[in-house]
Design a protein around this ligand. Structure first.
Ligand code: IVH
Length: 790
């Protein structure tokens, strides 16, 4: 019979192992749910036996009592700093000093100098916060910050919450007292998630992962620390009572064996040139690493040599940090200007006093939008921290409040577009929750000038002619700018009226180049419908959406008149985009441009019929769901559609008939109220009817009607599709058959009329042969469809 204490010990040991596999090795061995069960079991046992709770129990990570202040910790072995170097020659100097310091002890090299090289351990220099973790008899008893190197703060409760710090060392053989030193840091992903959460809840965001890690660890309330995505990585030791290996890499390997996380990038090299190669390699990988590093650290491998070399002031002579160029610099915000983009978005851009950041001169930085300006609390004249990481455009990450000059000026969004003088309006966000549309202020401001605004016009033309749109070769940005500035082009349609003389008069054009440009413009007149839709530059309509629209609707005419609710019928098209498309085509100026494009010879290719898949998908329930009737969600909509026999007019009548509504099983009071109220408004009824009429007009029909399509050629027949089809998807084949009145079943029976078998057909084909059912291959199927007019 096991005692509670034994069961508790066994559960803890098991949880420690899983924790190690999950957080340190990144190789979970059991599903999360199983871990949760073990964890709950331990918690329940501890609740029954509170006297058995110890600080190293996995249940104690969640964060204990908040403190009034941190206690102080004296470091028996001081926590020192590292010397820095940037240039390779400084590193070679360091190596020379090491070799000179070792003098006699260093074995003489051979003729080529080999052997005289010092072995170094190389590891990334993590950008976080140094901490010391004291283990006594394998149990974590204290965590401390570095502080001034001799005295730090007691952050034991906080370090306990860091998931990959073992509360108890694994295995055995550890020294009785073992002080592990390393860095607490936050991964980039953790940092992004933390800031995203903060933005959403209106909380404070952090400028960089380092600040986030430091801010999270130095919390008096450990529950806050527990909620932050912190990690630990060990790089050395402090006080030790007991024995340890006699090399740097040996010690780290021992720590790893005891469950303490160490760097995955750790490498032992021979000589300084190999160390420099390590630096270059890690530098190349810098952006791909999941955490921020600010350099690499080289340490003499042999501990006896480390002792021999000793310290100078507060820095070891046996280690050095080889730093990467800084990614953050201070500079001054000279001004905030506003840029106008293709869709009219007016975005603030910081004009900065030029400064070198990571080897590049930076004088502009994006500010994204006005909310960002507010969040940063930015004023013109401020000293700001800017950051440039990898290929990312420079960003303002923080304002240095203390340095704000007395004459700092607030940043205001202009009321008029800086380019065309049209009004600038704040976008409205349409949010829908529980069937109610709510309008709120968006973060984006837009110039309402559309193509009358030169900034938007230029961007619109650049987009229109781009490779994936109309693909007009040779019409680069500089030429577009000239065309717009000379007022030769006031809309994309004007490209098609350019004359030879007009082009020739542009800067940099000769006879041949003018002729080539006009030929390229001429050659662009046969775009596919999809390219044309994309080229129009409808907000939120990218290449994929354009293809989707073209494929499903088959014609510009249908897209032109499509109601938002009908557009939203297409998979992947949300109501927001549908509204953008609808209002784009409702705009008089846009209509004129499209008419002119067509009048000037643009002829769309690949226009066709409404896609079968689209034609056959209408259900009254879906229409109801799209009308966003208060209280009517998906289930309610299905019940109502069934009750109304899939007929809109019947539904409208039903909505005003309280007794019949009450008779519908499972329909909520709210749904009844919502439905009655909705259809009591004539405009709503008219809208529902207009959507239905348009669906019919486009060739869509309700599912109920399809079932009763007695007149269709395959009415009453059951078909089965099996194997793969090459010219169409199985869904498309199914839709085609259904459009001809057939029912498509998933299995072959005596009632099956015909089986379409593509390559890979198996048991269904065998069954069809067994039962003597007609079988068609793909070619036969296509021929049959053609015969039937499908
Ligand atoms: S060794 C006596 N190794 O850099 C040796 N430090 O500039 C002391 N750091 O306070 C430090 N990664 O916070 C060492 N792999 C690494 C490191 C590292 C980051 C930090 C640490 C230290 C600071 C010194």
């Amino acid at each position: 019979m096991t005692t509670a204490a034994q069961r508790i010990a066994a559960l803890r040991a098991e949880l420690d192992q899983h924790n190690h596999r999950y957080y340190v090795l990144d190789q979970p061995s059991i599903p999360d749910a199983e871990y949760d069960r073990l964890f709950s079991a331990l918690k329940a046992l501890e609740a029954e036996h509170p006297e058995l709770i110890t600080a190293d129990s996995p249940t104690q990570r969640v964060g204990g009592q908040a403190l009034a202040e941190f206690g102080q910790v004296r470091h028996e072995v001081p926590m020192l700093s590292l010397g820095n170097a940037f240039a390779e020659d400084e590193l070679r100097d360091f190596d020379r000093r090491v070799r000179e310091g070792l003098g006699e002890q260093l074995p003489a090299g051979d003729l080529f100098g080999a052997g005289a090289e010092v072995a170094y351990v190389c590891e990334p220099k993590l950008d976080g916060l140094a901490v010391s973790l004291r283990y006594e008899d394998g149990v974590l008893v204290r965590g401390a910050t570095r502080g001034d190197g001799s005295t730090g703060e007691d952050i034991t409760a906080n370090v306990r919450t860091v998931r990959n710090i073992p509360l108890r060392l694994l295995d055995s053989g550890w020294p009785r007292v073992l002080e592990v030193r390393g860095e607490v840091y936050m991964s980039r992903a953790g940092f992004d998630a933390l800031n995203a959460r903060a933005l959403e809840s209106g909380g404070k965001t952090f400028a960089n992962p380092r600040n986030a890690a430091a801010g999270s660890l130095r919390q008096l309330d450990p529950k806050i620390t527990a909620s932050r995505p912190l990690s630990f990585c060990a790089y050395g030791i402090g006080q030790v009572e007991g024995s340890l290996p006699d090399t740097q890499s040996g010690i780290l390997a021992a720590l790893k064996g005891w469950g303490v996380p160490i760097s995955a990038e750790l490498q032992q090299v021979q000589g300084i040139e190999a160390a420099l190669a390590y630096y270059r390699r890690i530098g190349e990988q810098r952006d791909a690493l999941p955490y921020e590093i600010d350099g690499v650290v080289f340490k003499v491998e042999r501990l006896d040599w480390q002792r021999e070399l000793g310290f100078r002031a507060r820095e070891p002579r046996w280690a050095i940090a080889h730093k990467f160029p800084a990614r953050e610099e201070l500079t001054e915000l000279l001004d905030v200007e506003f840029q106008v983009g293709r869709t009219g978005a007016v975005t603030p851009v910081a004009r900065l006093k030029p400064v070198q950041v990571a080897g590049v001169t930076v004088s502009n930085a994006t500010l994204h939008n006005m909310d960002e300006v507010l969040r940063l609390g930015l004023m013109i004249g401020d000293t700001v921290i800017i950051r440039r990481a990898g290929d990312v455009i420079p960003q303002v990450v923080q304002v240095v409040r203390e340095r704000r000059p007395a004459d700092a000026r607030a940043v205001h969004i202009p009321e008029q577009c800086p380019v065309c003088g049209s009004a600038v309006e704040r976008t409205q966000l349409l949010k829908r929750s529980k069937g109610r549309a709510q309008v709120s202020e968006g973060a984006i401001y837009r110039c309402v000038g559309r193509l009358r605004c030169q900034a938007q016009l230029k961007q619109a033309i650049i987009h229109f002619v781009s490779r994936r749109a109309m693909d007009i070769d040779g019409l680069g940005e500089r030429i577009v700018e000239q065309l717009v500035e000379a007022e030769l082009v006031q809309s994309p349609a004007d490209l098609y009226t350019l004359s030879f003389e007009q082009v020739l008069a542009l800067e940099g054009f000769a006879e041949l180049s003018s002729r080539n440009l006009l030929a390229a413009i001429e050659a662009s007149k046969r775009p596919t419908l999809a390219r044309f839709i994309y080229a129009l530059g409808i907000p939120d309509v990218g290449e994929e959406t354009a293809k989707r629209l073209a494929r499903a609707l088959g014609s510009l005419a249908r897209l032109d008149v499509a109601l938002p609710e009908v557009l939203a019928w297409l998979p992947d098209i949300g109501l927001e985009v549908a509204h953008e498309i609808h209002s784009f085509f409702a705009d008089a100026h846009n209509r004129t441009v499209i008419t002119q494009l067509l009048a000037r010879g643009v002829l769309l290719q690949e226009e066709g019929e409404l896609q079968a898949e689209f034609a056959a998908c209408a259900r009254l329930a879906e229409l109801l769901a799209r009308l966003e009737i208060p209280g009517v969600a998906a289930t309610g909509a299905k019940r109502l559609a069934a009750a109304a026999g899939e007929d809109l007019e019947a539904l409208i009548a039903l909505s005003q008939d309280w007794l019949s509504l009450k008779a519908i099983k499972g329909l909520t009071e709210k749904a009844r109220e919502g439905l009655r109220g909705f259809f009591a408004v004539p405009a709503n009824t008219a809208r529902a009817r207009a959507i239905e009429a348009q669906l019919r007009d486009f060739g869509m029909h309700w599912q109920s009607e399809r079932r009763a399509v007695a007149g269709l050629p395959l009415a009453g027949q059951t078909w089965v599709l099996t194997g793969t089809l090459e010219s169409m998807s199985r869904d498309e084949g199914k839709a085609k058959l259904e459009a001809l009145g057939a029912k498509v079943a998933g299995s072959v029976s005596a009632k099956t009329h015909c089986v379409v078998a593509g390559p890979g057909a198996g048991s269904k084909l065998a069954r069809a042969n067994e039962l003597g059912i007609a079988v068609l291959d793909e070619a036969g199927f296509i021929a049959r469809l053609a015969e039937l007019g499908g």
